[in-house]
Design a protein around this ligand. Structure first.
Ligand SMILES: Cc1cc2nc3c(=O)[nH]c(=O)nc-3n(C[C@H](O)[C@H](O)[C@H](O)COP(=O)(O)OP(=O)(O)OC[C@H]3O[C@@H](n4cnc5c(N)ncnc54)[C@H](O)[C@@H]3O)c2cc1C
Length: 236
């Protein structure tokens, strides 16, 4: 998951780097053109990203089938939760309660989608690579969202929230984007195997599990950029 995500973020970064340089960025004389070309191989070697995405889900499903991982128990619990009255938000606003809940909900979105896909398609699922890749994308986004959350909240515990605004901005911006990415991947997966009432119910559940509060990502990105420019070094 780290290899897939890291290689795609790197491609995005060098692509933006070329763009910032304008026409010069395309020229061999500028080092950014080398970075642009060199970056691209990372999505191909050490397992192409397509194969790594398929493996990510395949390994989890195999463990579940061998009884080494309980996937269906939690998946059924999420389906049951969907039938119940929605939780309209917790009053708990202490610390990072909202962000913690978002991540718990992302995991529910994965369990709901993967659990239903397994139940519906059974052994045919391995031939539905697009659905497997959608589920892998949901897992990759959730893994990185949780990593950003754990890192920022650990630092906030150690130093106090006021001392780590940069890490908190990065974490909140990531979570805000991840909610939409997970929603899109989940929607594509569900529409790929479900129909009728089941499809409608799951799409509603997905919307519930990928809800995010309004967040001014433009200002957060400006603050992040300002610190990066001021420090002019890797900031984390
Ligand atoms: C610079 C460089 C260094 C390398 N170093 C090493 C090394 O040190 N050791 C080593 O062992 N190998 C190395 N390789 C080889 C590399 O691991 C392979 O290129 C890579 O595994 C992809 O295999 P392939 O080129 O045969 O592409 P193919 O397997 O033919 O794949 C072509 C495309 O189809 C996609 N694809 C294939 N199957 C599926 C599927 N089922 N679903 C969806 N998409 C699919 C792939 O993701 C890929 O995008 C290197 C390659 C390069 C270019």
């Amino acid at each position: 998951m780290l290899k897939v995500y890291g290689s795609e973020v790197l491609d995005f970064v060098v692509d933006e780097g070329v763009q910032i340089h304008g026409g010069n960025g395309y020229s061999d004389e500028y080092i950014i053109s080398k970075a642009y070309r060199d970056s691209r191989i990372n999505r191909i070697y050490e397992g192409t990203n397509e194969i790594n995405r398929l493996l990510t889900v395949d390994m989890v499903l195999k463990r579940a089938m061998k009884g080494r991982l309980d996937l269906m128990g939690p998946a059924m619990a999420v389906s049951k939760e969907l039938m119940s009255i929605p939780d309209f938000g917790s009053a708990d606003t202490a610390g990072f309660a909202k962000e913690k809940k978002m991540i718990a909900n992302f995991k529910k979105a994965i369990l709901m989608t993967a659990g239903s896909a397994v139940q519906k398609l059974m052994t045919k699922l391995e031939n539905e690579q697009e659905i497997l890749m959608n589920i892998a994308d949901m897992a990759i986004e959730t893994f990185h969202a949780e990593s950003a959350f754990l890192r920022a909240s650990k630092l906030a515990d150690q130093r106090g929230e006021a001392a780590c605004p940069f890490e908190i901005d990065v974490m909140r911006t990531y979570l805000y984007d991840a909610a939409d990415h997970i929603h899109k991947s989940g929607k594509d997966a569900i529409n790929g195997f479900a129909d009728g009432d089941e499809q409608r119910m799951m799409l509603l559940g997905l919307k519930r599990f990928t809800k995010s509060e309004p967040f001014n990502c433009k200002e957060a990105r400006r603050r992040i950029a300002a610190k990066l420019i001021a420090d002019n070094k890797y900031p984390l």
